[in-house]
Ligand binder design. Structure first.
Ligand code: NCD
Length: 358
């Protein structure tokens, strides 16, 4: 069995993401993650299992008896939410997911309030959290940090799972899970995700949600991906290299309206100017053609949907908010259910919940 205790950090960090996957599983071969670090850990079978479990949790939670059953499932566990980067939805939805399953939580939301401010290393901070908690849900501006911490923890006396809630410009696996869950639900009685066209628009260069979702979509058959952005913010080569290697159809474009006409889903993103290397760098880019408003809405098919990981600025006009095709609010709530499904699975409670009498 591939174990993180049998490989040095140097050797592990050199593997490509798909080769890292078996080292991160709960039980080798089952596919369900123990540490959740990147989208490459999820194949179609696991995605479908998680979405089924999320639907089940959602249903059980409707009655008081069911909700009380769920609250007992992980009542013996504690989770630490360690967010050293701004977050509203990802923090709150993980917190709510923990509450649904009865986990007690603690949180650090600002490195300035933790001992890191006194010069403590990330490694020491994480080891500290693992003394008190049974899982760490972490968001960090540092690419690769969650991975390093997962290796460190697995090689410590108190190995506990890490869940990556956003790592730098790199990956945001649980956002991609909720995006897939939203797509699956939206096209549930309409033939599913296979064969669909997904149009990504906005800052595709620095948006980590795009990289993670683009990968997850490769698990489905014949999904076309269209990347609409100003040239300065176009999707990075590592994303298109994956698509080429997997034979996925994709298109690079700067024409949002042309994209909307053929889209089953339009995935809007905001300009990620917190990553600017020079002051005002993003403000110089002409983004006028990359916003979704009433005219784009009129071009969208009747079964098409509009998605956004949120927060939004002006890339989706508020006049779209009440259209039934605006999926971003439901997408946000879907995040809570799919995260609950993931956390329950990490602790081995997929089958007990699936088979419970509620
Ligand atoms: C995204 C993120 O943090 O990457 N937000 C989120 O988690 N819902 C997208 C963004 O910040 O633009």
């Amino acid at each position: 069995m591939a174990k993180l205790t049998d490989i040095t950090w140097e050797d592990f960090s050199r593997l490509d993401l798909e080769a890292k996957k078996p080292y991160l599983e709960r039980t080798e071969g089952d596919g369900m993650p123990y540490h959740t670090l990147f989208a490459q850990q999820f194949d179609r079978g696991i995605l479908e299992r998680l979405c089924t479990l999320a639907n089940r949790i959602r249903f059980i939670n409707k009655s008081k008896e069911g909700a009380l059953y769920l609250k007992n499932v992980l009542a013996h566990k504690r989770a630490m939410l360690y967010f050293s980067q701004p977050s509203s939805r990802t923090f709150l939805s993980h917190l709510a997911a923990c509450q649904i399953l009865g986990l007690t939580t603690g949180s650090v939301r600002d490195a300035a309030t933790s001992s890191e401010f006194k010069g403590e290393s990330h490694e020491d901070s994480i080891r500290t959290f693992s003394s008190y908690f049974d899982m760490i849900i972490m968001r960090s501006p540092e690419q690769g940090l969650a991975e390093k911490m997962a290796w460190e923890l697995s090689n410590s006396e108190r190995p506990i799972p890490i869940l990556n809630a956003g790592s730098g410009k790199d990956q945001h696996p649980t956002q991609a899970l909720l995006d897939i869950y939203t797509l699956i639900r939206s096209f549930e009685n309409k033939g599913g995700i296979d064969g669909r066209t997904v149009v990504f628009c906005g800052d595709l260069k620095r948006g980590r949600t795009v990289r993670s979702l683009s990968y997850l979509l490769t698990n489905f058959s014949d999904v076309k991906q269209v990347f609409v952005a100003p040239p300065e913010l176009q999707v990075p080569d590592d994303v298109t290299a994956v698509l080429k290697a997997k034979g996925v159809r994709y298109e690079i474009s700067n024409d949002l309206r042309a994209g909307v006409r053929i889209a089953d889903a339009v995935y809007m993103t905001r300009i990620q100017d917190e990553w600017d290397t020079a002051k005002g760098e993003s403000a110089k880019i002409d983004t006028t053609g990359f916003k979704f408003g009433a005219e784009e809405l009129a071009l969208l098919g009747k079964d098409g949907i509009i998605m956004h990981p949120l927060p939004r600025r002006d890339e989706i006009a508020t006049c779209c908010d009440h259209d039934p095709r605006a999926m971003y609010w439901r997408q946000m709530r879907n995040g809570m259910w799919i995260r609950a499904a993931l956390i329950a699975s990490v602790f081995g409670f997929e089958q007990p919940i699936m088979n419970c009498g509620y």
